[in-house]
Design a protein around this ligand. Structure first.
Ligand code: ZN
Ligand code: FE
Length: 241
């Protein structure tokens, strides 16, 4: 395993992610939206920064990008489709592009739905997925700019990744997501076990992320939805839940 990911709690319920490539010592930060805790996490990791990855243009994912790169100059990667509303990019990325990080390489996956220019990054080395606001544990992002068909198709792409993939999402929404998921699928044993674990972790003040894709495939109502119509119905119900 080369790439490992550690959540950095920021703002009220966001996670930035600190990535380390163990073979080179390289450090990356994903979605730097608040300066002080992110700068502290980079200092604690040795005070070097090699790469900044952005998943989408919302302020709770990008707001401190310029502050962090002023302190630790590092190239910034974000979606080509949203370059006009992202901080200045050194690499404008789209589906299938490669992003180099130490000795590792991430594959870019276009995942429109929450926003038009949403991208996710997958590192086969370490099976790490930076899921932004596309896939949450037991949930998915709200459809702010995309259609149900777009988000369904984005989630199908993520569902095809290896089961051991660590899902590193942008928010700690898991406990509320579990309540909705249980209302959809109350007899799902895998979901009930996950919901209990989530409750224990949150009661102890621990993050519920990353989660395992194999578990999400069994328990996440937006990944178990068999077709776009079911997905759209669940997404609309979640908005009102
Ligand atoms: Zn967002
Ligand atoms: Fe967000």
């Amino acid at each position: 395993m080369t790439v490992t990911a550690q959540p950095v709690p920021i703002l009220s319920d966001n996670y930035a992610w600190l990535l380390r490539d163990d073979t080179s010592g390289a450090i990356a930060i994903v979605d730097p939206a608040e300066g002080p805790p992110i700068i502290a996490a980079i200092e604690a990791a040795g005070g070097r920064l090699d790469l900044i990855l952005l998943t989408h243009h919302h302020a709770d994912h990008i707001a401190a990008t310029d502050e962090v790169r002023a302190r630790f100059p590092a190239p910034v990667v974000g979606a080509a489709a949203d370059a006009h509303r992202l901080p200045k990019l050194d690499q404008a990325a789209k589906e299938g592009d490669e992003v180099h990080f130490g000795n590792a390489t991430a594959r870019v996956i276009d995942t429109p739905g929450h926003t038009r220019g949403q991208i996710n990054y997958f590192f086969p080395d370490g099976e790490v997925l930076l899921a932004g606001d596309t896939l949450f544990s037991l949930g998915c992002g709200r459809l702010i700019e995309g259609t149900p068909a777009e988000m369904f198709s984005s989630l199908r792409k993520l569902a095809a990744l290896p089961g051991g993939t660590k899902v590193c999402a942008g928010h700690e929404y898991t406990e509320a997501n579990a309540k909705f998921a249980l209302s959809v699928d109350p007899d799902n044993a895998a979901l009930r076990a996950m919901a209990e674990q989530v409750h224990r972790l949150r009661a102890a003040g621990q993050p519920t992320l990353p989660s395992l894709l194999a578990d999400e495939l069994k328990a996440n109502p937006f990944l178990t939805a068999p077709d776009v119509a079911t997905f759209a119905d669940r997404r609309a119900r979640k908005d009102r839940f």
